[in-house]
Design a binder for this molecule. Structure first.
Ligand SMILES: NC(=O)c1ccc[n+]([C@@H]2O[C@H](COP(=O)([O-])OP(=O)(O)OC[C@H]3O[C@@H](n4cnc5c(N)ncnc54)[C@H](OP(=O)(O)O)[C@@H]3O)[C@@H](O)[C@H]2O)c1
Length: 257
């Protein structure tokens, strides 16, 4: 893809514990020749994923954070620049999520704070740092300065019985991404959002599904694979300016929406 001095950087925030979309995105972009900057609140899993990628001849660095706030993310992006001086940061993925699934009257002030921190405060801070990093870059081979991708969910489009907090957060994230796409498209910065319209197979699916988990694993048509989502993120990053996506919805073939 590029000579080693200008190999691009992917930054992904909300890497999780190594079994979901964040980790698959890091692995997929590594295969495509990117350096990968990994941001998450769980330092231990983050370091294990960085080791896994580096042991497979990739170039990953863990940047653990205690919170997704403005000053932390500002310092983290400065640390990424210092780690790979001069390398272009080309792709930024905001994958962080905190699912709150509760009837409205059970929702606590802490739940509201959590979804606000992830979907408003953190996403705004991350987007700002990504756009500042992209804006002075030369156009890349597909004619853009950078690509900012948000992981979203069905809850960004409609609320439901137990999703008042989760949906409020994902609606806000969608509004941010749509506004940024309009504002920064003319500056050749590609902003997109992926509506994940179904369950993603992660190690946490087991707790949610109980004895239905084994059938869920076996039946590829009822759940999304994080590796397949990651391939779509690489596709978004590679789209040229004549036909680029703002919103992409992804669902398994047999999803009964
Ligand atoms: N899983 C689903 O079925 C599903 C469906 C639709 C949309 N989504 C969206 O997809 C994104 C997450 O992707 P993913 O589900 O494939 O998982 P993932 O990439 O592993 O990311 C998990 C996210 O949840 C956070 N998290 C909180 N508690 C956690 C725990 N005990 N173990 C691991 N992670 C924990 C992580 O925190 P850190 O910030 O520390 O990484 C990270 O932000 C979110 O934006 C979510 O809203 C998920």
């Amino acid at each position: 893809m590029s000579s080693s001095s200008n190999k691009p950087i992917l930054v992904v925030a909300g890497v999780g514990n190594g079994h979901g979309t964040g980790a698959s995105t890091a692995r997929e972009f590594t295969k495509a020749g990117y350096r990968v900057a990994l941001i998450a609140r769980n330092a231990e899993s983050l370091s294990a994923l960085a080791d896994e990628i580096n042991n497979a001849n990739g170039d990953a660095q863990a940047f653990p954070v205690t919170a997704y706030d403005h000053s932390t993310l500002h310092a983290t992006f400065a640390a990424i620049r210092a780690h790979w001086p001069g390398a272009p940061l080309r792709v930024a993925v905001w994958n962080a999520g905190d699912a709150v699934w509760k009837p409205f009257l059970d929702i606590t002030p802490e739940d509201v704070q959590k979804v606000s921190d992830t979907n408003v405060v953190g996403s705004f801070a991350f987007a700002r740092e990504a756009i500042l990093a992209f804006q002075d870059l030369e156009l890349d081979e597909v004619g853009k300065r950078g690509a900012l991708i948000f992981t979203s969910a069905t809850a960004a489009l409609r609320g439901n019985k137990t999703t008042s907090a989760f949906a409020a957060g994902k609606f806000a994230l969608r509004a941010l991404s749509q506004s940024l796409a309009k504002e920064f498209g003319p500056k050749n910065i590609h902003v997109s959002t992926a509506i994940i319209d179904g369950g993603i197979l992660t190690d946490r699916s087991k707790a949610r599904l109980g004895d239905k988990f084994d059938a869920y694993v076996k039946n590829e048509d009822v759940r999304l694979s994080p590796d397949s989502i990651a391939k779509s993120y690489l596709y978004l990053a590679n789209q040229d300016r004549s036909a680029w996506t703002w919103e992409l919805d992804l669902r398994p073939a047999h999803e009964t929406w």
